[in-house]
Design a protein around this ligand. Structure first.
Ligand SMILES: [Zn+2]
Length: 399
């Protein structure tokens, strides 16, 4: 059956008879109607929402192509015929903008690079279309070029025709892909190009308003292009413009120099972080030089907690065996929680530092490992008195 959403994609309200209904789950009724303007989920386009007799429609599905359309309504009991349906038009119009926008982008990618569109997904935040680049890898500025061509189609405000042509008419249409044998083939024609498509579309390309090709990524051997159209694209462009203007003002640079200014700032920050780490390491080594070792099981043990030392700097500090220690156990609290640990020993025999780390981690929690003379890792918690006791117990236990 050809429903109203296909015959007239601009119908917002309708009346229909209930042909079947049943309680799907407590408070949720499943209805079949004699006709409907509710678009079901399909072809990457989410279903319409709205109301039936003023009650909220939670979902609309058409499980099989020629099967009935199922409306799921939040209701306390069965609904009375005839029902009055009303589509949430803001949601539908947004879907039409994303969907028609995808047609324009798909046309651009095919016309410019011979890339076929495989599928569409309209998400709550962003939409994407998967492309098969048959013409080889796309150039670096492909998104910009496709977005530009799609924008020209919007400016041209071309009419969009969506209808069910007769088998004779289908043969005469300039379809991008030859259609499969199909009882009710629905065709969408924009400008000189026609494609088979079941979704809902705007009446003209100008209503797509704006298209932003956001970014692309490889996906199962194809190319996934994220995009926004319509009000969503305008909102994103405004947000981006405001954010960029604020950032440029903050960095006292023109908008055109923003990317370079951010790059410079990041490089400066990296250099400062490196210098700070060097300072901290030197300070820590100085402090360690004054710390006393304690004798234990024939070893000279140094145990210290250092402040703000990165794991790498901590490991380097431990490896120097400061203060003439034969075993150095250094700890430093990590920003994200937990403690970084580095355990080093003089090369001459004795118990394994990897085994010592395991003994600590068994009680304090954490992960790490190493060799006989060096081990490192992250402990979930740290307490100097407890760690001292654990190290004492471990070293006093003969292999
Ligand atoms: Zn379509």
């Amino acid at each position: 059956m050809i429903y109203l959403f296909h015959r007239d994609p601009f119908a917002r309200v309708f009346e229909a008879e209930i042909t079947a209904q049943g309680e799907e789950s407590p408070g949720l009724w499943r209805l079949e109607l004699s006709d409907s303007a509710f678009y079901p989920e399909g072809g990457g386009q989410p279903c319409d929402l709205g109301t039936l007799n003023g009650l909220p429609v939670a979902e609309v599905k058409q499980p099989s192509e020629n099967g009935p359309l199922l409306h799921f309504v939040k209701a306390g009991g069965p609904l009375q015929s005839p029902v009055r349906g009303e589509i949430d038009w803001a949601r539908r119009r947004d879907h039409m903008q994303q969907h028609t926008g995808q047609h324009l982008l798909s046309h651009a990618f095919f016309a410019l690079f011979g890339a076929y569109s495989l599928g569409l997904h309209i998400g709550a935040e962003e939409s994407y279309v998967d492309l098969r680049p048959d013409g080889g890898p796309l150039p670096e500025n492909a998104l910009f070029l496709a977005e530009t061509l799609a924008s020209e189609l919007i400016s041209a405000d071309l009419p969009v025709r969506q209808w069910f042509p007769s088998p004779e008419e289908i043969k005469t249409l300039p379809l991008r892909k030859a259609p499969d044998a199909h009882m009710n083939l629905r065709v969408v024609q924009i400008g000189p190009e026609a494609v088979a498509c079941c979704g809902t579309h705007l009446p003209s390309t100008g209503q797509a308003r704006l298209i932003l090709a956001l970014r692309s990524q490889a996906s199962h051997g194809n190319l996934r292009v994220f995009f926004l159209a319509g009000e969503r694209a305008i909102e994103r462009a405004r947000l981006g413009a405001r954010a960029a203007a604020a950032a440029a003002a903050g960095l006292s640079c023109p908008l055109s120099g923003l990317a370079a200014a951010v790059q410079r700032l990041r490089e400066e920050q990296r250099q400062l972080a490196r210098a700070l780490n060097r300072e901290r390491t030197q300070g820590a080594l100085l402090a360690l030089g004054q710390k006393e070792t304690f004798p234990l099981a024939g070893e000279r043990v140094l145990l210290a907690e250092l402040e703000g030392l990165e794991p790498r700097a901590l490991q380097e500090a431990a490896a120097t065996l400061p203060g003439g220690a034969s075993i150095a156990c250094l700890f430093s609290r990590l920003e994200g929680g937990g403690v970084s640990a580095a355990l080093a020993r003089a090369e001459s025999g004795g118990q394994s530092m990897a085994a010592l780390f395991s003994a600590l981690a068994a009680v304090l929690g954490g992960k790490g490992g190493g060799r006989a003379d060096f081990a490192q890792g992250r402990l979930e918690r740290f307490d100097e008195a407890e760690a001292t006791r654990l190290i004492r117990d471990f070293l006093n236990t003969k292999d």
